[in-house]
Design a protein around this ligand. Structure first.
Ligand SMILES: Nc1nc2c(c(=O)[nH]1)N[C@H]1C(S)=C(S)[C@@H](COP(=O)(O)O)O[C@H]1N2
Ligand SMILES: [Mo]
Length: 524
């Protein structure tokens, strides 16, 4: 341990003009780390390949001979990149320490080394195949911050040397320590921030690389009469940015097509492992389906329709060979969320459960499960809609309990026949001839009839939009001339089995809300 008390040797003339070796090494190391962290953060804003750290790593991969690459992949498997980046971090750290050690008397040699490294990093960044001209700002920021921190800590280091014969006032070591801790903490935050931004844009790049999704069997065009959006109903297809989103994730799972795998195992004749290119070379079908969340309250918003592209799951399951008794398909997302679906539903050819890769002509948006999700028409999302799916186990409901089942929600949850008024909105003031419009849904059964009543009067049959298929919503519209004043409108749907939705209000938990939606509005 060093002490702050001056020894006769330390107090010798000129001693203060020389940093001790540990302090010099620390100063060099921290300035290097701070520069790279800021470069990583700026890279996060511009492009992942602008990060000097990642660009140097990518150049290193490019410059590695093939035999060494093969060795790395064989030895470290999918950790090869982690091993490379960790090795690089150690080397760069050592160079930083060296920059400090050659600067114990004067800071000039270290600054020269930092500038040289900055130029090397800029060359690495700009020579990436996808480099843009803005990218140079990341290594530039790294260079400036690195040099600035070096000058700052070098000065603190000198001032905190023991007092000199010349009588310079010594600063306590604490100040150097505090400065170092502050730089290290700042660097940590910047690096983490950069990593967060880069992770996201990396996956966005993987998503862009997929391009447009063109199914072999595209869905028929949506007929013009499929919605009454001109009168206030939703559009038949929900645009991706407006599609409702429900999941337990604070940050989105980051799974590229390259890293994606689906393992189908458990009670099967043979385990099946599928990667992205194997999945996408299967026949792709496209179908509009309306998804609904079990948490949707009467009149709630967790309901949207997409044109989904994917592979029929029943075909894949048949290849695996489902063993008798496997009544549950237990799926797991890359982040560990789990979901239990009845096997019979997934094998039912009329159900057309899908491994989905596309939504409205685009690759799945990240928040909707990129690159692959499960979609089962007619079941609420929590028992059917596994996003970022990576694992599918054939098992029994007795053996395994999925995420929401453990938290009090139902094991089996078919979507209930329901309807919602969208226009007029609650307490809206409208003109006397404003139509009453909205949506009704009864996935797998189809909507037969929707009725609306005003002020608890007679039920009046509403006009229905053109049916697209029984797995999608149907819009309704009631035209009329309403008396001036306050009104209440109510709606109820009847599905094609003849069931009319009950007036009894039930909460969403455990298997979906029931009751008629009503809206109060005023005619003026
Ligand atoms: N991995 C994962 N998948 C998930 C969930 C989740 O929390 N994690 N939520 C489910 C629920 S409750 C619903 S309603 C649907 C919603 O899908 P969306 O967000 O694409 O609309 O996703 C399902 N899939
Ligand atoms: Mo849900």
């Amino acid at each position: 341990m060093t002490t702050t008390r001056s020894s006769p040797i330390a107090a010798a003339p000129h001693a203060s003009s020389r940093l001790s070796a540990p302090v010099a090494g620390l100063v060099g190391l921290l300035s290097m780390v701070a520069g790279l962290a800021i470069g990583h953060l700026v890279g996060g804003f511009i492009s992942p390949t602008a990060s000097p750290f990642l660009a140097v790593g990518a150049s290193a991969i490019d410059l590695t001979p093939l035999w060494l690459k093969d060795f790395a992949v064989r030895t470290f498997g999918s950790y090869d990149k982690v091993v490379l980046l960790s090795g690089m971090a150690v080397v760069i750290g050592l160079v930083g320490v060296a920059a400090g050690l050659i600067s114990r008397r004067s800071r000039t040699p270290g600054l020269v080394l930092i500038v040289v490294l900055g130029v090397v990093a800029s060359v690495a960044v700009l020579s990436r195949p996808t480099a843009g001209s803005l990218d140079v700002f990341a290594p530039l920021a790294a260079l400036i911050v690195s040099a600035g921190v070096f000058v700052f800590l070098h000065r603190l280091g000198r001032l905190s040397q023991p007092p000199t014969a010349r009588g310079e006032a010594g600063m306590p070591r604490r100040t150097l320590l505090a400065g170092s801790v502050a730089v290290a903490a700042g660097a940590g935050i910047a690096a983490a921030g950069g990593q967060l931004l880069i992770g996201r844009s990396d996956i966005e790049a993987s998503r862009k690389a997929v391009g447009r999704i063109v199914p072999r069997a595209p869905a028929s065009p949506i007929p013009a009469g499929a919605d009454f959006s001109a009168d206030g109903s939703p559009t038949f297809i929900t645009p991706n940015p407006d599609f409702y989103r429900v999941d337990i994730n604070l940050t989105l799972p980051q799974l590229s097509t390259q890293d994606w795998r689906l393992r189908i195992h458990g009670m099967v004749d043979r385990e099946v492992n599928i990667n992205w290119s194997q999945l996408t070379s299967r026949p792709l079908i496209e179908r509009p389906v309306t998804m609904t969340c079990v948490s949707n309250e009467v009149g709630g918003p967790y309901l949207s329709t997409g044109n989904f592209t994917g592979v029929l799951l029943a075909d894949v399951l048949k290849e695996a060979g489902v063993r008798p008794g496997a009544d549950q398909v237990y799926t797991t997302s890359v982040d560990g969320w789990t979901c239990g679906t009845p096997t019979t539903t997934l094998l039912d050819p009329t159900r057309q459960a899908m491994l989905v890769i596309g939504m409205n002509g685009e690759p799945l948006p990240i928040e909707h499960g990129f690159p692959v999700r499960l979609l089962v028409p007619g079941l609420y999302g929590f028992v059917s809609g596994t996003k970022w799916i990576t694992d599918m186990e054939l098992t029994t409901f007795d053996a395994k309990r999925a995420y929401w089942l453990q938290r009090g929600w139902a094991q089996r949850a078919p979507i209930k026949t329901m309807s919602r008024i969208d226009s007029p909105g609650p307490f809206e003031r409208v003109s006397p001839n404003t139509p009453i419009t909205g949506v009704a849904w009864a996935q797998t059964r189809g909507i037969e009839k929707v009725e609306v009543r005003l002020d608890h009067g007679q039920w009046l049959p509403a006009e229905l939009s053109t049916e697209v298929n029984v797995d999608t919503w149907r819009m309704f519209r009631l035209r009329g001339r309403w008396e001036p004043g306050a009104h209440v409108a109510e709606v109820r749907a009847t599905d094609k089995t003849g069931y009319t939705q009950t007036a009894d209000r039930a909460a969403p938990i455990p298997d979906g809300a029931t009751g008629w939606h009503s809206v109060q509005f005023t005619v003026q």
